[in-house]
Design a protein around this ligand. Structure first.
Ligand code: CU
Length: 685
């Protein structure tokens, strides 16, 4: 047991304080473990020096017992020890630690003064890349070690609401992760929560030869149980660069704060872009005043078709207050809006990601044009626009040009409330942040040009045909036809099933997470599951897992998605990017259309991306080449819809990935009996 580990628990300021007797304490540890839908009382132990030694021995003994029961290895793999181990090879290994002790002390001091603001990450600084640092390391592959400590912070005054957040290293939102192409990211996670598992997914990354660590709970991996640690090893391919993000892939957890941006740098990318000397990312999300698991339990109830919880607010890089008086405070109000300074002498590359749970938004900067150059790691022919629509999970980067010179401007993320099932009059859909070109400035007037035109309300994304991949050719069948080697028709619906519960369906299949295991784990170790999936059947459905099995390297596969639902769905495929051959707000696409309606396909240089929104009653045709072995979920990225089962799984090249190495830690994490809010929700009658 590492001394610092105990000290952190002892000092934990995220927990309400009260004195407890040794007897209470014993009960607390004996009943440690997951508790369904019930947050245990937070307790802080205040121990005098005389009983500290005895307590430590007692704790070690309990941990020993607990390890014997669960197979967990919490005693000898603390984050601190791992940090020391990895520092043994300094030549090619860099650690990015965080000063947790300093954050804790600051928060404690603040609470003593009845002031709670330092739970906020300073995103105006943290979400700015140090380009020289990364460029100096080009073509020198390194291990990049990041350390995440996951806790709840209770009753914070977070953007107009007193609520609990789930946070990384004591702050909200999560820190920027960066790497160069060819590096390997090691994400060391210590789950310090008592009541929830956690799992991390880096959205859009390919995880070459290691999809065991993709992080999708109960699909690629079992989540990290309360008190557990795990290290995700994430190789970054030579051709992986651009704008990404990470989030918890456990249930609805990322809506409570477990997310952040990712930037991958590359000389190959730089060579194709205008030279730039500053790089900044904004993450934008819809925001709820209640915990996501509480909202999920209200959403997944009988006879509640398509009534997703309505967000209460929107945030830009973790901050925005809807209260108008905050917006008039140019300097004192910086805690209530994100204010970023642009040096007028520099060329800025600006990135934006929708890290939300439900709604798309329209991103713009007053009196600026945006020149889009990159979409989800794909370089495009520069596209000039005054705004860009961003659905959940999508990312863009662009250069900006001022059309009028002022000292400051508003950024707008205009949320599309036409996508809501029911309106919320408190939700101000125009979410704002500041860009200033002077270090001092007065608050500008809003010059937003978007107006509701009175037409039919629509929940639509950017026209994908405006986005043209740079220097690319669509992979075509060797026989010269428009048809791929194989296609899969996917009809998307939401309808009432058992107990009048509404679920999301691909064809007749809805997903439920496999309890206490993962699809990948079952495919490796469960003979029945393996035999079923691994026959020559391209489509199988076992234990609520809808699998598309492709075991020929290089085969071209099209997904023909017909959306028969009245909502938009931003679909995301893990570990791959797809060519958007078609994406239309009306009509359908059937296999005979390859010959009868070839005009519905864009076969020149359409956009290649990992997330695309399919309009209500619209369709999309997405083409992939099967070249990355592993297990990859394909799902709607609206958090509520994942939990409603709108998810299937690619089983790509099983003959290859099943021979890859996985760690004992990966295999041993399954079998832990964690509480599953999804299962709790479905128990309601
Ligand atoms: Cu959806």
């Amino acid at each position: 047991m590492d001394h610092e580990y105990v000290e952190l628990n002892d000092l934990n300021p995220f927990e309400d304080t009260h004195e407890i007797s040794p007897t209470d304490h014993e009960d607390d540890f004996e009943s440690a473990g997951p508790k369904k839908n019930k947050r245990p009382l937070r307790k802080r132990l205040t121990l005098t020096g005389s009983i500290l030694g005895g307590f430590l021995l007692f704790l070690l003994f309990l941990l020993f017992l607990k390890n014997k029961e669960t197979g967990l290895n919490t005693a000898d793999t603390t984050v601190n020890q791992k940090k020391q181990n990895y520092q043994l090879s300094p030549a090619d290994s860099v650690s990015y630690s965080f000063d947790e002790k300093s954050i804790i002390e600051t928060i404690q001091n603040e609470r003593a003064n009845n002031d709670r603001t330092s739970w906020r990450l300073d995103t105006a600084n943290n979400y700015t890349s140090n380009l020289n640092y990364w460029r100096n390391d080009y073509n020198k592959p390194k291990e990049r070690h990041y350390f995440f400590n996951i806790t709840h912070i209770l009753k914070v005054d977070a953007n107009n609401a007193i609520r609990n957040l789930t946070v990384i290293n004591g702050q909200y939102p999560g820190p920027l992760l960066e790497a160069n192409s060819g590096d390997t990211i090691f994400l060391h996670v210590f789950n310090q929560m008592e009541d929830e598992p956690v799992s991390f997914h880096l959205h859009g990354l390919f995880y070459p030869n290691n999809t065991f660590d993709d992080g999708a709970s109960s699909i690629n991996i079992c989540p990290i149980p309360p008190g557990g640690t795990y290290t995700y090893r994430i190789p970054v391919g030579e051709n992986e660069y651009g704008t990404y993000w990470y989030h918890s892939h456990w249930s609805t957890q990322y809506a409570d704060g477990v997310y952040g941006p990712v930037i991958l740098h590359s000389p190959k990318e730089d060579a194709n872009l205008t030279a730039y000397d500053a790089d900044r990312i904004y993450v934008v999300n819809d925001y709820y005043y209640e915990d996501a698991d509480t909202l999920l339990n209200k959403y997944l109830i009988p006879d509640n078709e398509n009534s997703e919880p309505t967000p209460d607010a929107g945030l830009i890089s973790g901050t925005y207050s809807q209260a108008s008086n905050y917006l008039t405070l140019a300097d004192n109000g910086t805690a209530y809006k994100t204010a970023t300074y642009y040096d007028p002498k520099l060329t800025y590359r600006i990135r934006v990601a929708n890290v939300g749970f439900f709604l798309p938004f329209k991103f713009s900067i007053d009196e600026h044009t945006l020149s889009l150059v990159e979409v989800e790691g794909t370089l495009i022919e520069p596209f000039e626009t005054s705004y860009v629509d961003v659905s959940v999970g999508e990312r863009y980067s662009f250069f900006v040009n001022r059309t009028v010179e002022r000292e400051a401007y508003w950024i707008h993320a205009r949320f599309n409330t036409f996508c809501l099932a029911s309106s919320n009059s408190d939700f101000s859909s125009d979410v704002m942040a500041i860009v200033s070109y002077n270090k001092t400035y007065s608050v500008p007037e809003s010059k937003e040009t978007w107006r509701y035109d009175g037409g039919t309300p629509k929940c639509l994304d950017f026209p994908q045909s405006d986005l043209r991949t740079l220097n690319a050719q669509v992979p075509m069948n060797k026989n010269g036809s428009n048809r791929p080697d194989s296609y899969v028709e996917l009809d998307v619906t939401f309808f009432n099933g058992a107990y009048q519960m509404t679920y999301g369906y691909f064809n007749e299949y809805t997903w439920k997470p496999m309890p206490n295991s993962s699809t990948m784990h079952e495919l490796l170790f469960n003979e029945n599951f393996k035999n079923d999936a691994y026959k020559s059947n391209q489509q199988t459905f076992t234990n609520n897992q809808y699998l598309l099995n492709f075991d020929t390297r290089g085969m071209i596969v099209d997904l023909l998605i017909n959306n028969f639902d009245d909502g938009s769905h931003p679909f995301h495929l893990h570990g791959y990017k797809f060519w958007v051959l078609a994406n239309s707000e009306s009509g359908s696409f059937y296999p005979s259309f390859y010959e009868s309606h070839p005009e519905r396909l864009d076969l020149t240089n359409p956009i290649i991306r990992d997330t695309v929104s399919v309009a209500p009653f619209g369709f999309a045709v997405l083409r992939v080449i099967i070249d990355n072995p592993g297990i990859f979920p394909f799902h709607c990225h609206i958090g509520w819809h994942i939990e409603a089962g709108l998810l299937l799984t690619f089983n790509a090249l099983q003959s290859e990935w099943s021979r890859q190495k996985y760690s004992n830690e990966w295999a041993n994490m399954c079998g832990y009996d964690f509480a599953d809010p999804y299962l709790v929700a479905t128990e309601i009658n």
